[in-house]
Design a binder for this molecule. Structure first.
Ligand SMILES: Cc1cc2nc3c(=O)[nH]c(=O)nc-3n(C[C@H](O)[C@H](O)[C@H](O)COP(=O)(O)OP(=O)(O)OC[C@H]3O[C@@H](n4cnc5c(N)ncnc54)[C@H](O)[C@@H]3O)c2cc1C
Length: 432
């Protein structure tokens, strides 16, 4: 080995953490830094996974060991492309791994998508999760909402919209956003899934969980049919939906939820405002349906955002190789597209780490200083792991009795706490 290996990982979500884990095992002497534009680590585990699914979020404590015990550096509050360029990172580190995820909600691709009451699921889930770069105000959803998309993110959105504040005990939901919504909650929600119940991408357990929420009447206007020889999950999904239909909240009904499987959106209609959604049956394209709606939430996956970070949007999702150029790799959603659970990023990261191990001799000929080679002003703005722990402690302390934490939705506020620069009189600034 010519010089100690320096590794930069861009993004501290699951794929960034998993690849740092693998690379630490392969290169115990290396310097590994995980950069993130946010002041907090863990990406979508903190800001995507629903606030009422704390058991899923608990994987953060596993990732925390990287920074606490495995000598991996966290450098938050550094945005690649703004505070530092990708080339600067490549010039100072032997290996750069992009693990920056996919921030942009994918469009559905139907007319009417630009109407003002059409909202992207990523925006809603970030709002409920108090994402500091999502201070756009709470969308006005109205009495009837159509959710386009049949995956787990659409089920998360549905669950957020049919729960009441008391259903969020022990969550880290943004209470100000929740309060805004429950002032005028939806009374009718249509969930529109293009796939039939056999092929729908939703997890049966997630569907069944909806049945534990009080005051909801479910319907499924089409027969529940599972194709012969269908996998066990399809049968479980059908069973979960049948379980929902068997619930009768009687006079306690607060909200009606209709599940439409096998219907594709054709257009979102309205004269300046959303009025209805037109659907076409995927099995019989002569069958059409118009659903009245005050607003539409689209949940059909994620992609590169409009800024098309470093031109990567031109690259198609690639399952074969993580290598993009000499010393430059990618892993996680930015490699494979917005599919898969947190755990699925682990095998992806392992495979990319193996590619790196195989090519490391060719990468290490030059001396590269790693983190220490970055400009002073970049390192000065970094939120390191101990600084993040100050924010973590402040959030936990600020939590009301029935919440696990109260996330601060202002990036500046988080950085001020991290850097011990919080003026006491403005302690509430940015907090909701
Ligand atoms: C709403 C939602 C709910 C989900 N719920 C679940 C669930 O319950 N269970 C489950 O298993 N999976 C869930 N998933 C899927 C899971 O979150 C993903 O599989 C996983 O987060 C992808 O990991 P990643 O590291 O590739 O991307 P991300 O988690 O998105 O991490 C990317 C990181 O890169 C950082 N970054 C981006 N650009 C830059 C830049 N220019 N400079 C520096 N840093 C940057 C971001 O701030 C972020 O921290 C959910 C996904 C969503 C969207």
């Amino acid at each position: 080995m010519d010089t100690p290996l320096s590794i930069a990982v861009i993004g501290s979500g699951p794929s960034g953490c998993y690849i740092a884990q693998s690379l630490r095992r392969s290169f115990p002497q290396s310097e590994i830094t995980i950069y993130d534009r946010l002041a907090s680590p863990f990406g979508l585990v903190r800001y995507g996974v629903a606030p009422d699914h704390q058991s899923t979020k608990s994987i953060q404590s596993q990732f925390a060991r990287l920074f606490e015990r495995e000598n991996v550096r966290f450098a938050g509050n550094i945005e690649v492309g703004r505070d530092i360029s990708l080339d600067q990172l490549r010039n100072t580190h032997h290996i750069v791994v992009l693990a920056a995820g996919l921030p942009g909600d994918r469009p559905v691709g139907v007319p009417g998508e630009d109407l003002p009451e059409v909202y992207r699921a990523g925006r809603l889930t970030r709002l409920f999760n108090a994402h500091p770069l999502e201070q756009t105000g709470v969308p006005k959803l109205g009495k009837s909402v159509a959710i386009i998309g049949g995956g787990n993110v659409s089920i998360d959105v549905l669950r957020m919209l049919i729960k009441q504040p008391e259903d969020f005990v022990n969550s880290d939901i943004d209470d100000a956003v929740l309060a805004d919504y429950v002032r005028a909650p939806a009374g009718r929600i249509d969930l529109i899934c293009r796939s039939t119940i056999t092929n729908a991408p939703s997890d049966p357990v997630m569907l069944a969980e909806l049945g534990r929420i009080q005051g909801v009447r479910f319907s499924c206007p089409d027969p529940i049919e599972v194709a012969e020889g269908a996998p066990r999950t399809a049968l479980a999904r059908a069973k979960a939906v049948e379980g929902l239909l068997a619930i009768d909240p009687g006079t306690e009904t607060r909200v009606e939820v209709a599940l439409h499987f096998g219907w594709a959106p054709v257009s979102i209609n309205g004269d300046g405002h959303v009025r209805n959604v037109e659907l076409r049956s995927v099995n019989d394209d002569r069958r059409n349906l118009h659903l009245d709606a005050d607003s539409v939430v689209t949940a059909v996956g994620f992609d590169f955002d409009d800024g098309d970070w470093h031109g990567l949007g031109a690259l198609k999702a690639n399952l074969e190789s993580g290598a993009m150029d000499h010393g430059l790799y990618r892993t996680g959603w930015i490699k494979r597209g917005s599919r898969g659970t947190i755990a699925e990023n682990r095998s992806c990261a392992k495979a990319v780490a193996e590619e790196i191990v195989a090519s490391v001799d060719a990468l290490q000929r030059q001396t590269k200083p790693g983190y220490g080679g970055l400009p002073d002003e970049v390192r000065a703005r970094a939120v390191d792991y101990s600084a993040w722990k100050r924010v973590d402690a402040a959030e936990t302390e600020a939590a009301p009795g029935d919440r696990s934490r109260r996330k601060f939705p202002s990036h500046e506020h988080m950085v001020a706490i991290a850097h011990n620069k919080l003026v006491q009189t403005s302690a509430g600034t940015g907090a909701n």
